[in-house]
Design a protein around this ligand. Structure first.
Ligand code: AMP
Length: 582
C-alpha cells in the first residue's frame, strides 16, 4: 500500500471540528438539538426515531445501517429501512405483551441482530432497554434482572435461557421470556420471538416521548465495588450525535466498527446509537477478540473509523503482527480508545502501527457519552485524555466531606468534576437515590476519578479515587506508575496497588505480566525497580514487584485493582460478577 493512498483518505474528509477554541465559544446545545429532527408534530424526541426512522424516511432508506459479521465470517446487511420495519415489529410485539412506558426490557444475547432490533423497538415503545453481557453467570444475571425489575427478557433457548430458568421464582416481575431461536412457544411465559415477529405489523407510530423520559439502563463495570444501575434519558441522543461528529468524525458512507459489547455502555452508546444517528454503516462482529480476525475485518470491510479499548491495544501490542504490511488498511482514518487509560506507549505504538491518529477519550457509564477527548484536528499529547467536548465544562476540584473547591492552577491533581446538565447525564442510580445525590456538589458532578489539567487545557488521568495510594505523604495514582512500568521493554501489562505499611502508610506494589521470552527472576525484578526509580523517584516507584501470568480484569477489559488488593491482603473478594474468567 502506498502512503499517498492513506493521505488521500485523510485529505478527502475534512474534520468536523476545525478550530476547538472557536467552537467552544460558539457552541450551544440548542444548535445541536436543531440538527436532529424530533418526533413529528412536536411530539418530543425519541432516540430510535433519530437513529433509524428519520433515515428510513429519507435518502438513507436503502443505505446499510448494520453489517453483521457472523462467527463463520459470512455477513448479513440491514438497511435503515430494514431496521425501521423490524424495530417497529418488535415494538408491536411489546404492545401485544402488554409492556407499557417505563417498563424494562432486557436482552441476554450475543451480538446478534435481534439485540439491535430489540434495543430500537424498546426505545420506540418508550420502555427502558437494558442489555446484559451474555457471558454473565446465573447470579449476576439474576441480580441485574431483579434490580432492573425486568418485565421482558430476550434471550436464546439453546445457550442462555438456562441461566434464567432456575431464577424464575425469585423474579416475580418478569412476565415474558422471548426466545430468538424457538419456532414455537414453550408455555404462556416463554415465547417464540420469530413467531411473534411474524404476526406483528411493520408499521408503528412512536408515542409522544419527553426527552427526559428514561430510555437506557446500564450497569457500571464494578471496578470499585458492586455494579450500579445508571439510568439514561432520550435526550442523551444529542451527545451520541455530536460526539459522532466531533470525536468519531463520521462522514457520509463511512464504515465504522466499535468492538465493545452492548452489555457495556460503550457498546450501546457507540456500538448502536452514535453510528446510526449519524447515518453511517455500523459493523457488528459476533465473535470475541482474535487479532487476525480483527485485522482482516478492518481490511475486508474497509473500516474507516475504529473504536476500541486499551485492553485490545495491549493484546495486539504483545503480538508480532505488522498490520500495515500484512493487511490492506488503506481505508482506516481514525483509531479511538476508551475504557481505561491509554498509556503514552500504546498511543505511540498505535500511531506507528496503523499510521493514523490514535485518539484516547474519557467518559463513564454515568456520563452516557464521551466527555473528554483528543480530536483528529488537534495535536495529541500521548497519555492524555484530551480536552473537554465543546459544550462540556470540566474542572479539577478539591473534594472532601466538608469542602469543595475548584482548583484553577494547572498541573495540580484533584477530583475530575463536570458541570451538571449535559444531555446524557444519568438521571439516577436505580434504587440508590442517596448514592446518586452524593455524586453532586452544587453545580458539579464528582466523577470519582482523579486527574490534572495542564497549562494547555489537556486532562491527564491519575486514577480512580478509590485506587489512589497514599505513600510517605504522597498521593500516588496507579496510572502514573503503570505507565512508567509499561515503558520497560520486558513488561506487557502492569497493575499497581497500595499495600498497608506501618511506617509509610501504604507501599506501592506492582503486579506485572511479562512479554514472551522474558524470564521472571530476581535480576529482572531489580532491573524493573531500578527502571521505575529512575522514571518516578524512589518515593513513588514500586517497592515490591510480583510476576503474574495475567491480571484480573472485568469482562469489558478493565483491570480490577481492588481484587488484586483484596487477594494480597486476604480480604473478601467482593462482587465478582463482572470478572473475566480465563
Ligand atoms: P464504567 O463505570 O465502566 O463506565 O468505567 C468508567 C471509568 O473507566 C472511568 O471513571 C475511568 O476511571 C475509566 N476510564 C474510562 N475511559 C478512560 C480513559 N480514557 N482514561 C482513563 N480512564 C478511563
Amino acid at each position: 500500500m502506498l502512503m499517498s493512498e492513506v493521505n488521500h483518505q485523510t485529505i478527502v474528509t475534512v474534520p468536523h471540528l476545525k478550530d476547538y477554541d472557536s467552537l467552544q465559544d460558539s457552541f450551544s446545545w440548542k444548535k445541536v438539538h436543531e440538527k436532529l429532527e424530533g418526533l413529528p408534530d412536536g411530539q418530543g424526541m425519541n432516540i430510535a426515531h433519530e437513529a433509524v426512522d428519520r433515515h428510513a424516511a429519507g435518502a438513507l432508506k436503502n443505505h446499510v445501517a448494520i453489517r453483521w459479521v457472523m462467527k463463520n465470517r459470512s455477513t448479513k446487511d440491514f438497511t435503515y429501512n430494514d431496521l425501521h420495519r423490524s424495530s417497529n415489529q418488535f415494538a408491536n410485539v411489546l404492545t401485544m405483551l402488554g409492556v407499557t412506558k417505563g417498563e424494562t426490557v432486557f436482552t441476554l444475547l450475543n451480538r446478534v441482530p435481534e439485540l439491535y432490533i430489540a434495543a430500537l423497538g424498546t426505545l420506540k415503545k418508550t420502555a427502558i432497554f437494558c442489555p446484559l453481557f451474555s457471558v454473565f453467570g446465573p447470579e449476576p444475571v439474576y441480580q441485574r434482572l431483579s434490580r432492573g425489575e425486568a418485565k421482558v427478557v430476550v434471550t436464546t433457548l439453546d445457550q442462555f435461557y438456562k441461566k434464567i430458568k432456575p431464577q424464575l421464582d425469585r423474579l416475580p416481575k418478569l412476565q415474558k421470556i422471548l426466545l430468538t431461536d424457538a419456532e414455537a412457544h414453550i408455555n404462556d411465559h416463554v415465547l417464540s420471538l420469530p413467531y411473534l415477529m411474524l404476526k406483528a405489523s411493520s408499521g408503528f407510530t412512536i408515542p409522544p416521548t419527553n426527552e427526559d423520559d428514561p430510555a437506557l439502563l446500564h450497569f457500571t463495570s464494578g471496578t470499585t465495588g458492586m455494579p450500579k444501575g445508571a439510568l439514561h434519558v432520550h435526550k442523551a441522543v444529542l451527545i451520541h450525535f455530536i460526539t459522532g461528529q466531533l470525536v468519531l468524525d463520521f462522514h457520509p458512507d463511512d464504515i465504522y466498527w466499535c468492538t465493545a459489547d452492548p452489555g457495556w455502555v460503550t457498546g450501546t452508546s457507540y456500538g448502536i446509537i452514535a453510528p446510526l444517528v449519524n447515518g453511517v454503516t455500523n459493523i457488528v462482529d459476533e465473535e470475541e477478540f482474535d487479532a487476525a480476525r480483527w485485522y482482516s475485518i478492518l481490511e475486508e470491510h474497509k473500516v474507516n473509523v475504529w473504536y476500541t479499548a486499551p485492553t485490545a491495544f495491549r493484546r495486539l501490542m504483545r503480538m508480532n503482527i505488522k498490520p500495515r504490511k500484512q493487511y490492506n488498511l488503506e481505508h482506516l482514518r481514525l483509531v479511538l480508545s476508551v475504557g481505561e487509560p491509554l498509556h503514552a506507549e500504546a498511543v505511540r505504538w498505535g500511531e506507528e502501527t496503523f499510521e493514523v491518529p490514535v485518539l484516547d477519550n474519557w467518559w463513564q457509564t454515568e456520563t452516557g457519552g464521551i466527555m473528554i477527548s483528543n480530536y483528529r484536528n488537534m495535536p495529541v499529547k500521548p497519555g492524555s485524555m484530551g480536552k473537554p467536548l465543546p459544550g462540556i465544562e470540566a474542572a479539577i476540584a478539591e473534594v472532601t466531606d466538608d469542602k469543595f473547591r475548584i482548583i484553577d492552577k494547572p498541573g495540580k491533581d484533584g477530583h475530575l468534576v463536570l458541570k451538571k446538565g449535559w444531555p446524557s447525564m444519568f438521571k439516577t442510580y436505580l434504587h440508590e437515590e442517596e448514592r446518586y445525590n452524593k455524586c453532586f456538589r452544587g453545580e458539579w458532578y464528582v466523577t470519582g476519578d482523579l486527574a490534572n489539567r495542564d497549562k494547555d487545557g489537556y486532562y491527564w488521568f491519575v486514577g480512580r479515587a478509590d485506587d489512589i495510594i497514599k505513600t510517605s505523604g504522597h498521593m500516588v495514582g496507579p496510572f502514573e506508575v503503570e505507565s512508567a512500568l509499561m515503558e520497560h521493554p520486558a513488561i506487557a501489562e502492569a497493575a499497581v496497588i497500595g499495600k498497608p505499611d506501618p511506617t509509610i502508610g501504604e507501599m506501592v506494589k506492582a503486579f506485572v505480566v511479562l512479554k514472551p521470552k522474558n524470564k521472571a527472576d530476581d535480576n529482572l525484578r531489580l532491573d524493573i525497580i531500578a527502571h521505575a526509580r529512575k522514571k518516578l523517584g524512589a518515593a513513588v516507584a514500586p517497592k515490591e514487584i510480583a510476576f503474574t501470568d495475567h491480571l484480573p480484569k472485568t469482562r469489558s477489559g478493565k483491570i480490577l485493582r481492588r481484587l488484586l488488593k483484596a487477594r494480597e491482603l486476604g480480604l473478601p473478594e467482593g462482587d465478582l460478577s463482572t470478572l473475566e474468567r480465563p
